[in-house]
Design a protein around this ligand. Structure first.
Ligand code: TYM
Length: 333
């Protein structure tokens, strides 16, 4: 049976990159056969030292986001990372077989510190905690966006190192299973661009919250980078960020029509303002039902906490078994 696992940090509100690159993919996969573990990475969120009250809120908000968007919590185990402290034990075991060189190659660490994040030990060893998350549940498939691929590859390396040192070398004697990353099929979903055309990211300030609506949504859409060419000028649609956004939400036929009109130019060609108006409508419509479900769920936080607690029980039992296996393999039991 295939085991799917992925996590999402609770550092801020989830954005369209998280939605297309991860959450929507997770929800679709959870309809397939197999085991499904999805968690809120609150230990990882500590690398940005959030305010405690804010972190607590964000964890619940992230769970609400998954449920509102349609995750079936009966089929998928939704839980909070810190409810499974076994992963921190596994982190230590893995850190003892992980070379500094491996971590020094991590793009994400270089990227985050270049953008002003404090270069803490936690931020540096972040990929080891992530590998522990992945390996603790014997996951085979890790559905993530493009930016997390390197981290999954590092988890593969760490599993391999640990197995080499402590496995008995037989086919069935591996301590950890080798996980494989899986990105959404469409490249535009695996790496969603932000309002400025760079990768959408909370830390770049170019993100759009999934449930943004009304005036704030309009304001955000107005921020999408455009140029000053007039509507009648014929343009290559490939270089127009606004059309990339539209393609995320419009049916294929409608997107093609907008692109053709932009490419043709002339008196009937739409201006960027027109496209923005339509984009706002499409986003409002796309998340309308989920937004209503979110409001309902927020009215009953006890129910959300109950679901997270139920998920934690299942997840913890699984991670404890892996932890015991790993401790025994390295002589601590
Ligand atoms: P995080 O919280 O940064 O992102 C959560 C998920 O969203 C995807 N994503 C994107 N996909 C497409 N376009 C974008 N612009 C975009 N931005 C983010 C990410 O690829 C990810 O799938 N380290 C992880 C959390 C984590 C984890 C794990 C993931 C902790 N342990 C174990 C998988 C397995 C992170 O910070 O993701």
């Amino acid at each position: 049976m295939t085991t799917f696992l992925s996590g999402i940090q609770s550092t801020g509100l989830q954005h369209l990159g998280n939605y297309f690159g991860a959450i929507r993919h997770h929800i679709e996969l959870a309809r397939e056969d197999g085991e499904h573990f999805y968690f809120i990475a609150d230990y990882h969120a500590l690398t940005t030292t959030p305010k405690p009250e804010e972190l607590r809120e964000r964890v619940r908000e992230t769970a609400v986001t998954y449920l509102a968007l349609g995750l079936d919590a009966e089929k998928a185990c939704l839980f909070r990372q810190s409810d499974v402290p076994e992963v921190t034990e596994l982190t230590w075991l893995l850190s003892c077989v992980t070379g500094m060189g491996l971590l020094e190659r991590a793009h994400s660490y270089k990227d985050k510190t270049a953008k002003g994040a404090k270069p803490s030990v936690g931020l540096f060893t972040y990929p080891i905690l992530m590998a522990a998350d992945i390996l603790a549940y014997d996951s085979n498939v890790v559905p993530v966006g493009k930016d997390q691929i390197q981290h999954v590859e590092m988890a593969q390396d760490m599993a391999g190192h640990f197995n080499n040192v402590y496995g008995d070398g037989s086919e069935g004697g591996a301590v950890f299973q080798r996980p494989e990353a899986r990105m959404p099929k469409e490249a535009a979903h695996a790496k969603v661009l932000g309002l400025d055309g760079e990768k959408m990211s909370k830390s770049y300030g170019n993100d759009l919250w999934i449930f943004e609506t009304g005036k704030k949504l309009k304001k955000a859409i107005n921020r999408i980078a455009t140029d000053s060419r007039p509507p009648e000028e014929a343009k290559d649609p490939a270089g127009i960020l606004l059309l990339d956004f539209l393609k995320l939400f419009a049916e294929a036929g409608e997107s093609a029509e907008w692109c053709e009109r932009v490419q043709a130019g002339g008196a009937d060609a739409p201006g960027y303002g027109h496209i923005k108006v339509r984009l706002v409508e499409l986003i409002e419509e796309h998340f309308r039902e989920a937004r209503a479900r979110r409001d309902e769920l927020l009215r009953d936080p006890g129910e959300v906490d109950r679901q997270l607690a139920a998920g934690a029980l299942v997840a913890r039992a699984r991670a404890a078994a892996t932890r015991d296996r790993a401790l025994a393999a390295c002589g601590l039991r």
